[in-house]
Design a protein around this ligand. Structure first.
Ligand code: ADP
Ligand code: MG
Length: 223
């Protein structure tokens, strides 16, 4: 089954001076359940923009994206939010933890939204998996960058997503913790069949995915 497919996707922004900026053009891609894909490319090539479009956080200028059987450009904001809640996990490059909630509360949010039960215990378990069991009641500003990233990773796993988007998930981590996160990501891909889309600058991590795609100047190359 097609989990994600993109046809002729284009994203343009209007610059402050009114000029048209083309960020992504002619992007075509198709992923089935259980696929893992790494996306590699220079800074500014459109990686974060592309992930945001695929996850329904942003809307294409032209072209079409189907995610979990839904045409994203025909959904309302509420329908997009429901789709993300039910089936999508996202690890943001800048974490995006809620500053007024503790680590464990941040991890509980997606499960609360989805109406899952036993969520405190599960959140605790997820934080243990990323080795933060002794930081569960810390607020984001009481955590290091790497620790915040691990909370964001635990949160992305929380709703048992069918597809997980990870924007440089090991970017702020030391080698050992990065290794642990890689293992968790690929274990989820293997054991639960979660489709994995990851942006990374780490060639070793990129090679662990079963498909590699490069992006340059907003266009996909290879894959
Ligand atoms: N909201 C926006 N408005 C205008 N330009 C944007 C916006 N978001 C991103 N861009 C531009 O799109 C390009 C790609 O950005 P991004 O997707 O963040 O790249 P990457 O993640 O590969 O570093 C950059 O040139 C950036 O300045
Ligand atoms: Mg980026």
């Amino acid at each position: 089954m097609n989990i994600l497919s993109l046809e002729g996707v284009e994203k343009r922004y209007q610059s402050a001076s009114g000029a048209d900026l083309t960020i992504l053009s002619d992007v075509n891609l198709s992923l089935v359940a259980g696929d893992s894909l790494s996306l590699v490319g220079p800074s500014g090539s459109g990686k974060t923009t592309l992930l945001g479009l695929c996850a329904g956080l942003d809307i294409v200028t032209s072209g079409s994206i189907a995610l979990l059987g839904n045409k994203l450009e025909s959904l309302t904001e509420d329908q997009l939010a429901d789709l993300r809640k039910e089936g999508v996990g996202f690890i943001f490059q800048n974490f995006q933890l809620l500053p007024t909630l503790t680590a464990i509360e941040n991890v509980m949010v997606p499960m609360e939204l989805k109406g899952m039960s036993g969520i405190y215990e599960r959140a605790k378990e997820l934080l243990k998996e990323v080795r933060l069991e002794d930081r569960i009641h810390h607020y984001p500003d009481q955590l290091s960058g790497g620790e915040q990233q691990r909370v964001a990773i635990a949160r992305a796993f929380a709703n048992d997503p069918k597809i997980l988007f990870a924007d440089e998930p090991t970017g702020n981590l030391d080698t050992e913790t990065g290794q642990l996160i890689e293992e968790l990501l690929f274990a989820m891909n293997k054991n639960q069949g979660t489709t994995l889309v990851l942006v990374t600058h780490d060639p070793e991590l990129a090679m662990k995915a079963n498909r590699q795609i490069q992006i340059k100047g907003g266009k996909l190359v290879g894959g």
